[in-house]
Design a binder for this molecule. Structure first.
Ligand code: ATP
Length: 360
């Protein structure tokens, strides 16, 4: 049984629908992320899980019980916000102990529980400090420890790392992954940062305009986006105008890429001959060299380098392959030395395996 089940939930503010018939379930022990651009409804959905908002219709089940109308303090659910919301006049220990004190625990029961959490968030040496004596990352770890100290069934995290600088954010991502593994509590995480979602999550629900566009493992979302919104929102993606020419019995089809020519691609269920669409292809799935062999299971085109964007670890080459058709290919700068491989106007060949992209 799923730990959390969201059934057909709708939330309106006046005549604006912020969450529009969302259904999904989250498994026990899962690190689950709601990802989407600003205004897509992810925070509103999270607030309904916490009990700060009530759905207009639909149900929210926790451990099989409908909690839609249970007030926040009665749910076995805690939330960590972007602003740490620590008590400034309390030490780290007192902050973490606070929920247990409120629940009437005795001091001798509280102490070992707080010690364990301090260890989990690697702050054992900081118990007597006050929040203003901590870095942003440490403060957020205290907030997370406080939210976990009474072992909720579900921890909700609303953009908890967005106030931190890039380097610290990366460190905290690793901490969060390890902490979640350690405590085994189910996390529902809200972010608009696709890199963060891919790095942290077991599964991601990509949201847009109050609806879930795709729900899958990070690898699937990234490699096989289901529609244009997901392809464009997550990472860089070539989106090439195409038409279905023939469907074969072996799960493949022939498509014509506009201005470029025909190639094989994976057939998607329900496609029909003549259907217009796009081939979505990640730049790093494309091979690029001065000469490439023409293989039976690959698309192959000749082209000319139009632009090079050197990015340190990789270079993005924009290759013109047909009239006005440009394909972005990303290659690692892994050769020793100043390793940019090609320059503007170089004649090159590009290829990709027919199962490297998805037809949208
Ligand atoms: P962000 O990352 O910017 O917070 P989000 O995806 O979390 O975006 P929500 O905060 O869920 O988006 O908001 C979804 C939509 O609902 C937005 O257009 C917002 O303006 C609207 N909205 C949210 N709360 C209210 C409210 N209390 N009253 C009216 N409109 C609201």
């Amino acid at each position: 049984m799923a730990l959390l089940e969201i059934r057909n939930v709708v939330k309106r503010f006046g005549d604006f629908t912020a969450v529009n018939h969302v259904s999904l379930s989250v498994n026990a022990g899962e690190f689950f992320t709601l990802l989407g651009p600003s205004g897509c409804g992810k925070t509103t959905l999270l607030r309904m899980l916490a009990g700060f908002e009530q759905p207009d219709s639909g149900e929210i089940l926790l451990d099989g019980k409908d909690v839609s109308n249970v007030p926040p303090e009665k749910r076995p659910v805690h939330t960590v916000f972007q602003s740490y919301a620590l008590f400034p006049h309390m030490t780290v220990r007192e902050n973490i102990a606070f929920p247990l004190k409120m629940a009437g625990w005795s001091a001798d029961k509280i102490a070992p529980q707080v010690d364990e959490l301090l260890e989990d968030v690697r702050l054992s040496k900081f118990g007597t400090r006050y929040p203003h004596e901590l870095s942003g990352g440490q403060r957020q770890r205290v907030a997370i420890a406080r939210a976990l100290v009474d072992r909720p069934r579900l921890l909700l995290l609303d953009e908890p790392l967005s106030a931190l600088d890039a380097k610290l954010r990366e460190e905290m991502q690793i901490e969060l992954i390890n902490l979640q593994k350690e405590v085994g509590i189910t996390f529902v995480y809200v972010t608009h940062d696709q890199g963060e979602a891919l790095a942290l999550s077991h599964r991601i629900a990509v949201m847009n305009s109050g609806q879930v566009e795709q729900l899958d493992m990070p690898e699937t979302i990234y490699s096989y986006p289901r529609n244009r919104f997901v392809a464009d929102f997550i990472g860089q993606c070539n989106v090439l105008e195409s038409e279905v020419k023939a469907i074969h019995g072996d799960g493949t089809m022939t498509i014509a890429i506009k201005g470029c020519g025909e190639m094989k691609a994976l057939a998607r269920e329900g496609v029909t001959v003549g259907q217009q669409g796009w081939l979505a292809l990640r730049p790093e799935k494309i091979k690029l060299d001065r000469e490439l062999p023409e293989l039976a299971n690959e698309a192959y085109f000749k082209g000319r380098v139009h632009d090079c964007l050197y990015m340190g670890d990789v270079t993005l080459y924009i290759v013109e392959v047909g009239e006005g058709v440009r394909i972005e290919a990303m290659l690692p700068n892994s050769a020793p030395g100043l390793a940019k491989l090609f320059d503007d106007n170089d004649l090159v060949e590009i290829a990709w395996r027919f199962d490297a992209g998805s037809f949208l």
